[in-house]
Structures are given as structure tokens and as C-alpha cells.
Design a protein around this ligand. Structure first.
Ligand code: AMP
Length: 462
């Protein structure tokens, strides 16, 4: 099937052609025709399936065919997203797909000055992409109304519930007009999400593109048993041995993410952290640097990383294993996007083994167990000290870059003095920036360290 078969209007087809999208993805094939008819939709789909375009394209088509003056301090379409990053990303998709239409798109989320948003919304906009908290703030201050909304989208509903947005969502439901089209997306559909969907949807068409807990195909999934205290050393070896274009490293806590970054910085490896304690400016800059390939490692907590769509993520590293299998599926869905292949590597401490079992049970995939590398104990012993936490105002990513550059130069000089030709070569910047990491030698032979039980198995589905 091609996009031209779906009956979308010319400016949208032109925008799709500019993006070189010829064929709709399965969720787009299923959702777009029913949405063009004006039906409500309940979609079970993860990020990475093309669900943003699945709801953006038919909505843009509706606006192209039904032009109207935007309502004062209101919007014609409201998209709710659990996180700021995802909201920004969705808004960008609307701008891309709607570039040949004269439509206004605004984002509404916390962490940025509210006055700027009030001003941007004052004359009304066509499409607002918002997180629930800031949206309600604006409504409570009487600076915005959603009573004129013609199309309402609730994206990543399961994440909304996890983040405790149930009450804000119920309030928002009451403020929407009765006559509207509703779209509801969730990666999973347990009972409580189904009941939430019931509050928004009228006689919806149900589409599903990935059954619950299906792990992304094309992701090579492996795991290594390692003591929690020794994970940082394993991370450094992994980064050296794998051929990494861009890696997302997941930790369970914000503090843990900062700690991993400080250790990496201490070893002269540049990485940024992204989590809820970072200012919006820091989060945006870090994500942009990662997206543009200026920094290859992003250390994130689940909430900050959810829904992030960055192409070219070659590796997802689970520094800590999530205790909910669905979260694992979301994490590894960040790699192997748009036809690419990806690698997911999990570091499993003793107390995390039950989580690994639960993941394997839910996904029906047995992970490849990889033994600790030969040089592991040496790496644990010689792990460089972490960089000191910055005092005073937090460092901006630009400052971090400068600091990491300095550390790298120092390290490279040291290596050059030691006469290591391979690594000294990197000191002059050649090749080092593009391919700083080598492929890890896989296989269980000769592992030393405390985890001799780690064996290599094949990753055939059970
Ligand atoms: P999403 O699931 O909406 O986060 O989309 C995942 C990625 O797939 C994004 O980078 C989209 O730009 C891309 N994408 C969406 N639809 C298509 C398509 N029909 N062909 C190729 N890429 C697409």
C-alpha cells in the first residue's frame, strides 16, 4: 500500500514525499481510513510504530478540508502527552507533516515560562500538544480553554497512568465539548486503561499493531550477570568493545543517572543525563545534542526517555533492569527503529534476576547470556574516579562538553605517552569521534570475575 492510496489531501502527500515516506506503516494503514471517516479510535501501539503520523495525518487532512478561524484562547485539536520531550516531538511531527498547510502548532508544558505560552495561545491555535499539568494551570488561570476542541488525542495512556495523571485526565475529560473526535493510544491495555479509554471514546474502532509485551523484533538482546557495584566497570568495557553509534543508558533513579555520568566523565567519556531533576533547558539541549550526534551517550530514567524518538540509537543499555516487563519493552523499543537493527544489553545484579525472569516470561524471548569479559577484574580495579559533582549552578551541556573535552585530551596525552599506537591515534581526533568504540568480542570463553555462572545461550524464542 502507498500513501497515495489513502485519499489524503495534496499538501500532506507533498510533505510525506519530502520526508521520503512512501508506504504507510501497519498502524497507519489501519488507523488513517477510519479516522478520515471521523470515527473514534482506540489504538494499541508502541512508539516506533509510526503512531504519531497515524493520528497527525488524518487530523491535518481534516483541517486542510475544513479551514476555520481559531477560537480565541482555544484550540481546534488537543494532543495530550505524558512528557515534555514527547510533546515537543509530536508538535514537530505536526509541523513537518503540515508544512504545506497554514496551521499553527503550539506546545504547552511545564519547566518553561508560562507567560510565553499564554501569549502564544492568546489568539487561539489550531493544534496544541500539552502535558496535563501545565494545561490545567493555564485553564485554571483562565488563559486557555479546551471547550472548542474538535479532535482530542490521548497518547501513551499507560504512561499517563504510571505518572499519576489519572485525576488531571478526569478533569480534562469534563472540560472537553461533547461533540468531538477522540483518539486514544496506549502501548498496553490493562483493565484500568480500558476503563479510562471508556471515559473518552464513543463507539471506537479498535486497532492493534503489537500484542501486549511483544518485544521489538530486530533487537539483539543480551544480558550479563554482574555485581551492582561493578556495573560501572562493565559499562566502560562495553562502550569500548561495542560498535556504538548512539546509546541510551537506562538507570532506575535520577541520582543513579547522574552517578553514571560522573563516572563516565571521570574516564573522559562524554555523556549527558536526562531526568526529572534537570531543568527544561538542560533536557532540551541534551536531547538535541544526542539527536544531532554531538554526544553519543545519553543516560536516562524511564520517564524522561519514554517516547523519545531518536533515529540511529544503535544500543540500549539497561544499567539497571526495570521491575516491570513492559518498561523493558519500551526501553528496547528506543533502538531498532525504522528498519534499523539494534542491540539491547542488560546488566543484571543478583537481586534483579527475578526481573529478568519476568521479562523473559512476558516477552517469550530468552536473552543471550554473555559472560563477563576477560579483562573485567582489571577494569574494576582500575576504574577511574568519578568527576566531582558540580557545585553551584548546574553545568549546562555546553560546559559538560568542555570539561569532557579537557579530560579526553588529558587521557589521550597519557595514552600517547604510554605509546599505545591504537589509542594515541585517537588523540588527534581522527576516527575517534566517529567510531570511538569497537565491537565487543562475544562468547563466554575464559571469563574471570565473580560470575562464572554466566553462560552464553542462543536467543531463540521459547
Ligand atoms: P512514532 O511511532 O510515531 O514515534 O514514529 C517512529 C518513527 O518512524 C519516526 O521517526 C517517524 O518519523 C517514522 N515514520 C513514521 N511513519 C513512517 C512511514 N510511513 N515510513 C517511514 N518512516 C515513518
Amino acid at each position: 500500500m502507498e500513501f497515495t492510496d489513502l485519499g489524503l489531501s495534496e499538501p500532506i502527500l507533498k510533505a510525506l514525499a519530502a520526508k521520503k515516506y512512501a508506504n504507510p506503516t501497519p498502524i497507519q494503514q489501519k488507523a488513517i481510513p477510519v479516522l478520515l471517516e471521523g470515527r473514534d479510535l482506540c489504538g494499541i501501539a508502541q512508539t516506533g510504530t509510526g503512531k504519531t503520523a497515524a493520528f497527525a495525518l488524518p487530523s491535518l487532512d481534516y483541517f486542510a478540508r475544513n479551514p476555520k478561524v481559531t477560537p480565541m484562547r482555544g484550540c481546534r485539536m488537543l494532543v495530550l502527552s505524558p512528557t515534555r520531550e514527547l510533546a515537543a516531538q509530536i508538535a514537530q511531527s505536526f509541523r513537518d507533516y503540515g508544512r504545506f498547510l497554514k496551521l499553527s502548532v503550539e506546545t504547552v508544558f511545564g519547566g518553561v515560562p508560562i507567560n510565553r505560552q499564554i501569549k502564544a495561545l492568546s489568539n487561539g491555535v489550531d493544534i496544541v500538544v500539552a502535558t496535563p499539568g501545565r494545561l490545567l494551570d493555564l485553564i485554571d488561570q483562565r488563559c486557555f480553554t479546551i471547550k472548542d476542541t474538535e479532535i482530542f488525542v490521548l497518547d501513551e495512556a499507560d504512561q499517563m497512568m504510571d505518572m499519576g495523571f489519572i485525576h488531571p485526565l478526569k478533569r480534562i475529560a469534563k472540560l472537553l465539548p461533547a461533540d468531538r473526535q477522540n483518539l486514544f493510544f496506549s502501548a498496553t491495555m490493562p483493565k484500568e486503561i480500558e476503563s479510562l479509554a471508556g471515559q473518552f471514546l464513543k463507539d471506537p474502532v479498535k486497532v492493534s499493531v503489537a500484542p501486549q509485551s511483544t518485544t521489538a523484533e530486530r533487537v539483539r538482546q543480551q544480558a550479563t550477570f554482574v555485581n551492582q557495584a561493578e556495573k560501572q566497570a562493565l559499562l566502560h568495557i562495553t562502550l569500548e568493545q561495542e560498535e556504538i553509534d548512539r546509546a541510551l543508558i537506562f538507570t532506575r533513579t535520577k541520582h543513579g543517572a547522574d552517578r553514571v555520568v560522573r563516572f563516565l566523565e571521570g574516564a573522559g567519556i562524554q555523556a549527558f543525563a536526562i531526568h526529572g531533576n534537570k531543568s527544561q533547558g538542560q533536557r532540551t539541549t541534551a536531547l538535541q545534542a544526542f539527536r544531532q550526534g554531538k554526544v553519543k551517550l545519553l543516560v536516562a530514567t524511564d520517564i524522561a526517555a519514554r517516547g523519545i524518538d531518536v533515529s540511529g540509537v544503535s544500543h540500549v543499555i539497561n544499567f539497571e533492569i526495570p521491575n516491570v516487563p513492559e518498561q523493558y519493552v519500551h526501553r528496547i523499543g528506543r533502538t531498532a527503529r525504522a528498519g534499523a537493527e539494534g542491540v539491547a544489553i542488560s546488566f543484571v545484579a543478583d537481586d534483579e534476576r527475578p526481573y529478568l525472569k519476568a521479562i523473559e516470561r512476558a516477552t517469550r524471548v530468552k536473552l543471550d547470556m554473555v559472560a563477563l569479559p576477560e579483562n573485567f577484574l582489571e577494569a574494576v580495579r582500575s576504574l577511574p574516579k568519578p568527576a566531582a559533582p558540580s557545585k553551584g549552578p548546574r553545568q549546562t551541556p555546553a560546559q559538560q562538553t568542555k570539561r569532557a573535552d579537557g579530560q579526553r585530551r588529558y587521557q589521550d596525552q597519557q595514552r600517547a605517552q604510554r605509546g599505545s599506537p591504537d589509542k594515541a591515534h585517537r588523540a588527534d581526533g581522527e576516527g575517534g569521534d566517529n567510531k570511538p568504540f569497537r565491537r565487543r568480542r562475544r562468547g563466554g570463553g575464559g571469563a574471570v570475575g565473580t560470575h562464572k555462572g554466566a553462560v552464553q545461550r542462543t536467543g531463540a524464542p521459547r
